[in-house]
Design a protein around this ligand. Structure first.
Ligand SMILES: Nc1ncnc2c1ncn2[C@@H]1O[C@H](COP(=O)(O)OP(=O)(O)O)[C@@H](O)[C@H]1O
Ligand SMILES: [Mg+2]
Length: 255
C-alpha cells in the first residue's frame, strides 16, 4: 500500500455483545486523504467495527470494546476524551436517512449552535449554506430552508444528513451503507458526493455492494466472521487479492 498520513489507527480492537464476540482483533489505519471501504458478507462485523471509531457502541448497553483506537495519536477511549466532541470530529451517516423532524435549516444549524461554532445569526447562516453546498443540496433547498427535513426525498434526506455531519467541521466521516435505502439515481449522487468530499475529510464507508466499493474507495478492507481478512489498495483487492477468502468473496462464491 502506498504511504499516506494516518488519521485514525485501530490496534487489536475486539467488540463483544454480552459474551458473543462480533469483532476480533482488528488493526487498521484510516488514511486522511483516502476513502476506505469496509466490505464483507452480512453479519461479519462491519457496522460494529465502524461504530468503534466514534464510540457509537457506547450507546449499546451490551457492547464492550477492547483494544486501542487513536485519532491523531490520541486514544479516543481514554477517560479524558469528551464523547460529544469526539462525535463532532468523527461524524456518522447511517443507512436509513434520519433527519430531525425539524426544518432543513435547523437540521444543519443545530450542531454548530450547540458546539458554539457560530457567534451570530449571519455566521450560522453562512455555515448552513456552506454545509448544504458541500453536500450538494443547496440548489435544491435554498428557497425552502424552513420546510421540514423529513419532507425531502430519501436521497435529499441523506444529503441533508451529510450536511448535518459536515456542519460541525468534522475530520472524519463514517458512512454505514449510506445509499442502500436509495434508488440508483440518488445512489449515484451520493457516490459523486463522496468523491467531492475526499481529501477534505477522511472517509470510511461500509458497503455490501462491491461495485460501489470499487467506484468510491481507494482502500478496501475485507471483513469475514469478525476478522479483518485483508486490507489494501482497492485496485489490488479487486484484481489480485492475496487471501483465498477475499478472492472467493469478490468473485461471488459466497454472499
Ligand atoms: N446491538 C447488537 N446486539 C447484539 N448483537 C449484535 C448487535 N449488533 C450487531 N450484533 C451482532 O454482531 C455481529 C456483527 O453485526 P454487524 O456489525 O451489524 O455486521 P455487518 O454490519 O457486517 O452486517 C452479528 O452477529 C450481529 O448479529
Ligand atoms: Mg451493517
Amino acid at each position: 500500500m502506498t504511504e499516506t498520513p494516518h488519521k485514525m489507527s485501530a490496534r487489536g480492537v475486539s467488540v463483544f455483545y454480552g459474551d458473543k464476540q462480533a469483532v476480533k482483533d482488528v488493526s487498521i489505519d484510516i488514511a486522511m486523504d483516502k476513502v476506505t471501504a469496509f466490505i464483507g458478507p452480512s453479519g461479519c462485523g462491519k457496522s460494529t467495527f465502524l461504530r468503534t471509531l466514534n464510540r457509537m457502541n457506547d450507546t449499546i448497553p451490551s457492547a464492550r470494546v477492547t483494544g486501542d483506537i487513536m485519532l491523531d495519536g490520541e486514544n479516543i477511549y481514554s477517560s479524558a476524551m469528551d464523547v460529544v466532541q469526539l462525535r463532532a470530529r468523527v461524524g456518522m451517516v447511517f443507512q436509513k436517512p434520519n433527519p430531525f423532524p425539524k426544518s432543513i435549516y435547523e437540521n444543519v444549524a443545530y450542531g454548530p449552535r450547540i458546539h458554539g461554532l457560530a457567534p451570530s445569526k449571519p455566521d450560522l447562516d453562512a455555515i448552513v449554506e456552506r454545509s448544504l453546498k458541500r453536500a450538494g443540496l443547496w440548489e435544491e433547498v435554498k428557497d425552502r430552508l424552513q420546510d421540514s427535513g423529513t419532507a425531502l426525498s430519501g436521497g435529499q434526506q441523506q444529503r441533508l444528513c451529510i450536511a448535518r455531519a459536515i456542519a460541525v467541521d468534522p475530520e472524519v466521516i463514517l458512512m454505514d451503507e449510506p445509499a442502500s435505502a436509495l434508488d440508483p439515481i440518488a445512489t449515484a449522487k451520493i457516490e459523486e458526493l463522496i468523491h467531492e468530499l475526499r481529501g477534505r475529510y477522511a472517509i470510511a464507508i461500509v458497503t455490501h455492494n462491491m461495485q460501489q466499493a470499487a467506484r468510491v474507495s481507494q482502500r478496501t478492507a475485507f471483513f469475514h466472521l469478525g476478522t479483518l481478512v485483508e486490507y489494501g489498495d482497492t485496485d489490488q483487492i479487486f484484481t489480485t487479492p492475496r487471501e483465498e477468502r477475499t478472492k472467493d468473496y469478490i468473485t461471488g462464491r459466497y454472499g
